[in-house]
Design a protein around this ligand. Structure first.
Ligand code: NAG
Ligand code: NAG
Ligand code: NAG
Ligand code: NAG
Ligand code: ZN
Length: 510
């Protein structure tokens, strides 16, 4: 990777935030004082078929080309196109969306929500356990470096239980390397406890044979350099340790964990009942490895296209669009947004719809299986709207787990009904799904997931068009009426939906 110093990167971001920062119009500053009809004129009331009829695949791909151009502006910094937070490509992405929304005139009020984001980068690493160099060794995302960014040496010390309690750490782990089994608590907790116990590094091994790659999550001053290791590579080491043999080891991680500024972008209709909003979101950022045109350029542009055509109609309920930043670093933007919503604002959001990856090349039409049994009431009604729509078009669909892998997570944890659709990431298409959707069984839904090849050619036009029509439908339905849709009952304060999900974004957390 070629690039300027971290300092100039940070300076760029700080400048962007300042530039994008417009008067922070809070959605609570209602527009009741102004004449709403003046904003909407004599526009016809929103109608799903009419709105869908405006969606064109040409327009979507024109936008995709523009987005790829923005991703290319990162080449000087990163050596390849990307729209990762902190990059010029992301800055231009935000500028593009903001200026398109501004170009729609008074129909929307829009604002930015800057927030600090933690970014980690690992430059080099090495793990030696006794005589072996385990192939599965993977530094945890957001791991700090070893002391002085130099190799550290010490014996491995097997931690008791799963290392989720300070008392699990033997006294002699001090100045040595903690060897901890996966399970019960988050990787970040284990690293922190090991650090507090005086360990100089930690290795967390999987409880099954497979490899282990995850994130330490929010940085703690007690975090220490931490690797994930497969159960297979761990097994012989555990045997040695249990037999009382020393396993002297070397741990080396050269990494940085930085805080930068980035921003969410929000646009809300001026028309419609401001106390009852349907909200939808996509993430504006990509991973550092590539331009992210399917992930999630497709969702971001779908929202922009729907927002554009919505202006031809009047709405009964407010529609709020969000472009999140930092999704790829662990749902940072959407988490920040929901966490900072005052309770009265939380209650105005009747539901949240997540649109992440709308046109995977080897797609399946996937609907989040968001049921009322384990999610805020209303989630299931939303799920069934997607079901009905695909059925009405004679299209097949599958249900996929609603397990915290995208920006809906913060919403459902805070009592807001949620759901959405997707077309698949690194999952493997089954034979049955090949019959249902075409494409190729045995391949990833998106063979370019999180890679350099996630470019304009990586979006399937058929899937993208169909799903953009469905997104338009979901907006139109709720912009017209919430009749029959459950009212908000559980509030943020209740904290009922704090579940211990395995994922937070793309990262395994425990
Ligand atoms: C981020 O923005 C805040 C507020 O504008 C500022 O105080 C802070 O220094 C910025 N941080 C960085 C790393 O640029
Ligand atoms: C959807 O989720 C419910 C639990 O909320 C579960 O009972 C059902 O089997 C799931 N359906 C599919 C197809 O995964
Ligand atoms: C739906 O899936 C079935 C196989 O389960 C297949 O025969 C049918 O052609 C598919 N329909 C469409 C529209 O692709
Ligand atoms: C999109 O997917 C459909 C169905 O699998 C396929 O027929 C079509 O060729 C694909 N389009 C592109 C451009 O790959
Ligand atoms: Zn995504």
């Amino acid at each position: 990777m070629v690039g300027p110093s971290r300092l100039s990167l940070i300076a760029t971001i700080a400048a962007v935030s300042a530039q994008l920062q417009r008067p922070l119009v809070s959605p609570s500053e209602d527009v009741l004082g102004t004449d709403r009809s003046a904003q909407t004129g004599n526009k016809p009331l929103i109608d799903t078929e009419l709105l869908q009829a405006h969606i064109s695949v040409e327009s979507l791909f024109e936008r995709a080309e523009a987005l790829y151009g923005h991703a290319k502006s990162s080449e000087e910094q990163f050596g390849h196109p990307t729209r990762v937070i902190g990059s010029e490509g992301h800055r231009r992405t935000l500028e593009y969306i903001a200026s398109e929304i501004d170009g729609l005139g008074e129909y929307y009020k829009s604002w930015t929500q800057p927030f600090p984001a933690v970014m980690g980068q690992v430059f080099q690493y090495r793990l030696v356990l006794g005589q072996s160099v385990p192939e599965s060794a993977t530094p945890m995302s957001l791991t700090p470096p070893t002391a002085g960014k130099e190799p550290v040496y010490g014996d491995l010390v097997l931690v008791n239980n799963q290392g989720c309690d300070a008392s699990d750490y033997p006294e002699d782990v001090s100045d040595k390397i903690a060897f901890i089994e996966r399970g019960t608590c988050a990787f970040g907790t284990k690293s922190e406890l090991a650090g507090k116990a005086g360990a100089i590094a930690a290795v967390i091994f999987n409880s099954n044979a497979g490899g282990l790659s995850g994130t330490l999550g929010a940085p703690s001053p007690d975090h220490i350099a931490t690797f994930g290791l497969s159960g297979k590579d761990a097994e012989p080491v555990i045997e040695k340790l249990k037999a009382g043999n020393a396993v002297d080891s070397i741990v080396f991680i050269d990494s940085v964990v930085d805080t930068i500024n980035t921003t969410n972008l929000i646009a809300q209709t001026v028309g419609g009942d401001q106390e009852n909003c349907v909200m939808l979101g996509a993430h504006s950022d990509s991973v550092g490895e590539g331009p992210g045109i399917n992930d999630d350029g497709s969702g971001s542009l779908t929202l922009l296209e729907v927002a554009t055509h919505l202006t031809k109609f009047s709405v009964n309920n407010c529609v709020r669009f969000a472009w999140w930043a930092g999704e790829e670093e662990g749902l940072l933007g959407s988490d920040y947004y929901v966490a900072t919503l005052p309770e009265d604002e939380n209650k105005k959001i009747r539901l949240f719809m997540d649109y992440d990856m709308m046109g995977s090349p080897n797609f399946a039409y996937q609907i989040y299986n968001a049921t009322n049994a384990v999610n805020p009431t209303g989630s299931e009604q939303l799920r069934d709207i997607y079901v009905d729509w695909y059925q009405s078009k004679g299209l097949n669909y599958t249900f996929i787990p609603f397990d915290g892998r995208s920006d809906y997570d913060g919403f459902i944890r805070n009592g807001i009904p949620g759901g959405g659709i997707a077309t698949g990431a690194e999952g493997i298409k089954t034979r049955e799904e090949q019959l249902m959707f075409g494409g190729k069984a045995g391949d990833w839904y998106d063979p370019c997931y999180h890679q350099l090849c996630d470019d304009v050619a990586n979006v399937n036009a058929t899937a993208w068009l169909i799903n953009t029509q469905l997104v338009a439908h979901s907006v139109a339905i709720f912009a017209a009426s919430f009749e029959g849709f459950p009212g908000r009952e559980i509030t943020k304060a209740a904290g009922v939906y704090e579940q211990d999900t395995l994922y937070h974004g793309r990262y395994l957390v425990r």
